[in-house]
Design a protein around this ligand. Structure first.
Ligand code: GUN
Length: 283
């Protein structure tokens, strides 16, 4: 039976550390500030943005949410970003994804000042991650690393398999594992015999967005299994990419969904915000 990795309590510990750091900065006259931009009325995005706002309030971070109508033009959005880039109260800027189809998400991200890019999505920060010399860690992969560290299992020399090659999770995840000296394989939709590759993993990270993709026969006994998936099952219940019930007896450690990676993403975002505030004030 696997040890269940409790993302909720690990995230609570990170948030407490962030709150202490925010308070210490405040004592030095710096109030950490974050701006969250949401364009349109996607209900899931509205929930995510609200959770970020609440998390800022709980850790003492000043936040402002910019809700823009779905008809917002590219020029209007870029003008807002330019204002936020120049605003000394704001240390971190996050533009909630996905944007409405008429807006160019890549261009928008490239207009965020890399020093305020708390998502670490800007090409400059992505490049810094590639060379292992980074200011901001991408939130979800950084959260996964915290969860792996919590197990006490060292990444060094381990066979690591990341399933999924997205720019925001799969690719940076592979880099962070590589920086800790894992032997990393990245799998994707065209990987041949995914099950055989996964079975070699001592650390398996699933980040595809497909319920029950990872079945028990794909997991090496004793492996650390991290589930980044956020899917709805046939009953509308939140579930990950891993068939939890079947995999749990095989794995050594496993994250649940919900309560695993999810709570870590916001915690790491807050950590980036306070880091941004510190750096922008020469501290
Ligand atoms: N949409 C879903 N997850 C994220 C995230 O981590 N950052 C941003 N900006 N948008 C998202």
């Amino acid at each position: 039976m696997a040890v269940r990795i409790d993302g909720k309590s690990i995230a609570a510990r990170v948030r407490k550390e962030v709150a202490e750091e925010v308070a210490a900065l405040k004592a030095q006259g710096v109030e950490t500030g974050m701006a969250v931009v949401l364009v349109g009325d996607d209900p899931a995005s509205a929930i995510y943005v609200n959770n970020k706002k609440k998390a800022c309030a709980e850790t003492g971070i000043y936040s402002e949410v910019h809700l823009l109508p779905k008809e917002t033009t590219q020029e209007e959005l870029l003008a807002l970003i330019a204002r936020l880039n120049a605003d000394p109260k704001i240390h971190g800027i996050l533009v909630q994804s996905p944007l409405p189809a008429h807006l160019d998400e890549k261009l928008v991200v490239e207009h965020i000042d890399p020093k305020k890019d708390v998502d670490a999505f800007h090409a400059y920060n992505v490049g810094r991650i590639m060379i292992g010399d980074y200011t901001f860690l991408p939130c979800t992969p950084a959260g996964v690393m915290e969860l792996i560290h919590s197990t006490g299992v060292s990444v060094e020399g381990k066979r690591c398999v990341v399933v999924g090659r997205s720019n925001i999770v799969g690719k940076p995840m592979a880099m962070l594992l590589l920086h800790e000296h894992g032997t990393v394989t990245v799998c994707h939709s065209r990987t041949k015999d995914l099950a055989a590759v996964c079975r070699e993993a001592e650390i398996l990270v699933a980040a595809v967005g497909k319920a029950k993709l990872i079945t028990a026969d794909m997991v090496k006994p004793g492996a650390v299994v991290i589930d980044v998936g956020m899917n709805r099952n046939e009953n509308g219940k939140l579930c990950g990419d891993v068939d939890y019930e079947a995999v749990e007896p095989v794995a050594g450690y496993i994250t649940p969904v919900p309560g695993g990676v999810g709570p870590m993403t916001i915690a790491m975002l807050l950590k980036n915000a306070v880091r941004a505030a510190r750096l922008q004030n020469g501290l």
